[in-house]
Each structure stands twice: as structure tokens, then as C-alpha cells.
Design a protein around this ligand. Structure first.
Ligand code: ADP
Ligand code: MG
Length: 387
């Protein structure tokens, strides 16, 4: 039942229009019982709006799939609730939730033809028989698989099988689409082209809320409006992709999203968003994100780190004006760029990675200069900071 509520500006709206498409409300999941029990999800809160894509990003075992399964109804939360469009679905069986789910392993029935695989979900959702053929062909067309309806899954490539799995999820016209590492089983080249296809699919489904589970930061950056970073069964940070990348709220997110040099530093002075810090005994200026909460009062905080992206650092000749003296300790050519690792005399134990365009042939041991980017070095709370 939809209840009319009054919005903040006085217009009436339905509860389902004002509630986010997906709500995780303090969800906890524990596997097993007694001494063997393990918490896979702890106090997990997340909201996804209609039409929004949120990536759940985190290392293997951090609880991403568990969160997705709690929403889809494949595991029962031990605490909290999950809501879809404002409706508590915590106790609803999976098929009654109207969610499309795509998993890494495709999970197609090997003995059923492609079209039958797609139709299967429609029958499970009790779609009237007369509509099934049309829905199947619409869904296959969306993923460019119209010509393959009579093939068996074993006669398709991995990428094609995953397209069929996506078509099967889309056929029920879900308001919520969950994807659990859908590209993880594909090779690197195919993965890149599938990211482009998923972007197109995203654009074709402007009202669908998507939760995209991945351990691959490039997929998260390419597809998500916001990223929720997970670690050890908990949500660490959640924000827009751009904010998380430019102003990582934690050292974990800084490293996991994009890779970062995290250098110990001492904050001398902060004026507005400009910080004067000392790194390895050398003064440099850095970007200090505005305090969102008290913990980002940079000057009084211990263990503040300077986050420096490898691509943002410039290597110069030694002694160049404004450059800090450094020495090359390792160098790996990667084709389009070279990852050069340097150390500063005042920070010999902290190697700093620098990405140099092209093939940098300076040998290990070479004295160089490094220049930090103007405002490209950003302060990050230390690992001990409490949020
Ligand atoms: P992710 O998807 O981030 O790799 P998972 O949600 O699959 O992580 O797993 C989170 C934790 O829960 C891991 O420690 C994993 O070993 C454990 N786990 C997952 N599924 C089960 C299960 N069915 N029974 C017991 N433990 C599980
Ligand atoms: Mg998983």
C-alpha cells in the first residue's frame, strides 16, 4: 500500500517516490553458529536512489557478496532490515523481491537454450505466458544477443554467456539490478569492452537502481555514481567517485581506489584548504580537504598522511628549482609508462612510486628531482583516526 506523505516543500508525494530504491538499515549477517560463527557484515548502512549506480568495492572476503545476497534474499540478516522502495523485504522470498541478479559464474542452465534460460526467470516471476516470448526477445536485443536464442550456453563464449545472464536478469524488468563481479571471469580485453557495454546498458535503464559488486577499482570508477568501500565486513567510506578519488577520507580508500603513495608528514599550518606540511624534513604545500567532521582538524591530528598519486608526481633533473632531491631505487617499464620508484633522503624507508610517460631509461641509483603537484598532494587521516 502506498501512503501519501507530505514532502519537505509541502507537495504530497507517495512514500515509494521519496524512499530510496534500496535501503540497507543496520544490516548484520553472521554465518554459522556458536564458536564457528563469523560476522560477514556488521552494521551495514547504505542507500541507493532510483536510477543510481553504487559500486560496492573492497578486497576479497570483505563482505560485498554477503551484502548483495542479503538484499536479494539469499541470506537472512541476523540484524537490521533491507527495504526496496520503502517496503521492508527482509522476510520476503527472493522471487518475490523483483530484483535482477547477475553473478560472476553466469549460473546459466547448461541443458537449456539461451531463450529458455531467459524465459526461466519470467516463469519463476509468474509473468503471463503470452508475454514471455516478447520479453525474451526484448531482453536479448538489449544485450546484442538476438541471434543466439537457440544456442546452448556451452556453445557461447564467456562474454556471450554473461550477456545472456544479464538478459535473464533484465527480462523481469527489475527496478533493482544487482551485479556481483559480472566481469571477473572474463579476460582483460573482453572486460574492457564489456565495461563499455555496461555503460550503454546503464544509459538505457535510467530508472533502475544498480548495485555493482567488484574488487576492481577501474570498473567502479567507470560505472558508478557513488562508491561504497568495504573492509572486514564493514563499510569504510561512501561518496561520489570523484570525491573519493580526489579527497580520500581514509588511507585504506586512498590505496584501494587508484593506488597512492601515503607519506608520513607533519602538518605545520592550514589556511582554508591549503596546508603547509613537512615531508622527510622538507616543507611542501598540500591540499587540505575541508573538515567534514571533527577528525579532520588537521593540525591537531596525529599520523596525518600525504596522499600522492603516482601519475601526479613529476621527475626532473637533480637540482632543478623547486624540486626535491631524490634517488631512483627501482624502475619497471610498462609499455605506455614507466613506474619509477624513488626515495627522498629524509624518508629512506618510504619508497615513492612515480609514473613517467613512455620508457624511462634512467638506471637505478640515478639522482633526480621530484616535484609535487600544485594541490595534487592531499592530506588523508592516518589509519588510527576515528570516524
Ligand atoms: P566478498 O564478496 O567481499 O569477497 P563475501 O561476502 O563472499 O566477501 O564473504 C565475507 C566473509 O564471509 C568471508 O570471510 C567469507 O569467508 C565468509 N563467508 C561467505 N559465505 C559464507 C558461507 N556461506 N558460510 C560461511 N562463511 C561465509
Ligand atoms: Mg564476492
Amino acid at each position: 500500500m502506498r501512503t501519501a506523505v507530505r514532502g519537505a516543500r509541502g507537495q504530497s508525494a507517495t512514500a515509494s517516490a521519496t524512499e530510496p530504491a534500496i535501503v540497507f538499515d543496520r544490516v548484520g549477517v553472521t554465518y554459522g553458529r556458536g564458536r564457528g560463527a563469523g560476522a560477514a557484515l556488521v552494521d551495514f548502512n547504505l542507500r541507493v536512489a532510483r536510477g543510481e549506480t553504487v559500486a560496492l568495492l573492497g578486497p576479497s572476503g570483505s563482505g560485498k557478496s554477503t551484502a548483495l545476497k542479503a538484499l536479494a534474499g539469499f541470506v537472512r540478516p541476523s540484524a537490521g532490515a533491507v527495504r526496496l522502495d520503502g517496503r521492508d523485504v527482509t522476510d520476503l522470498p527472493p522471487a518475490k523481491r523483483g530484483i535482477g541478479v547477475v553473478v560472476q559464474s553466469y549460473a546459466l542452465f547448461p541443458h537449456m537454450r539461451v531463450a529458455e534460460n531467459v524465459a526461466f526467470g519470467l516463469r519463476a516471476h509468474r509473468v503471463p505466458r503470452a508475454q514471455i516470448a516478447g520479453r525474451v526477445s526484448d531482453a536479448l536485443a538489449m544485450v546484442g544477443m538476438s541471434a543466439y536464442g537457440t544456442r546452448l550456453p556451452g556453445e557461447l563464449s564467456g562474454g556471450q554467456q554473461q550477456r545472456v545472464a544479464i538478459a535473464r536478469a533484465l527480462a523481469i524488468r527489475p527496478k533493482v539490478l544487482l551485479l556481483d563481479e559480472p566481469l571477473a571471469a572474463l579476460d582483460a580485453q573482453l572486460r574492457r569492452s564489456m565495461i563499455t557495454e555496461l555503460q550503454q546498458l546503464r544509459a538505457a535503464l535510467p530508472d533502475t537502481a544498480m548495485l555493482y559488486v567488484t574488487h576492481d577499482q577501474s570498473e567502479a570508477l567507470a560505472l558508478a555514481d557513488r562508491i561504497a568501500v568495504m573492509r572486514d565486513a564493514r563499510l569504510v567510506d561512501v561518496d561520489t567517485t570523484e570525491n573519493l578519488w580526489k579527497r580520500p577520507p581514509s588511507s585504506f580508500t586512498a590505496e584501494f581506489l587508484g593506488g597512492a603513495n601515503l607519506l608520513p608528514c607533519t602538518v605545520t599550518r592550514v589556511i582554508g584548504t591549503s596546508a603547509l606540511v613537512t615531508v622527510g624534513g622538507v616543507p611542501v604545500t598540500a591540499y587540505a580537504p575541508q573538515p567534514v567532521v571533527a577528525r579532520t582538524d588537521w593540525e591537531s591530528q596525529a599520523g596525518v598522511l600525504l596522499c600522492l598519486r603516482p601519475h601526479a608526481v613529476t621527475l626532473t633533473s637533480p637540482g632543478e628549482r623547486g624540486a626535491l632531491p631524490a634517488r631512483i631505487v627501482a624502475s619497471v617499464w610498462r609499455g605506455a609508462s614507466t613506474r619509477v620508484t624513488i626515495t627522498l633522503p629524509g624518508l629512506p624507508q618510504t619508497p615513492i612510486d612515480v609514473d613517467v610517460a613512455g620508457h624511462d631509461e634512467r638506471p637505478v641509483g640515478t639522482e633526480v628531482g621530484i616535484r609535487f603537484p600544485e594541490r595534487g598532494a592531499v592530506l588523508v587521516p592516518g589509519p588510527g583516526a576515528v570516524s
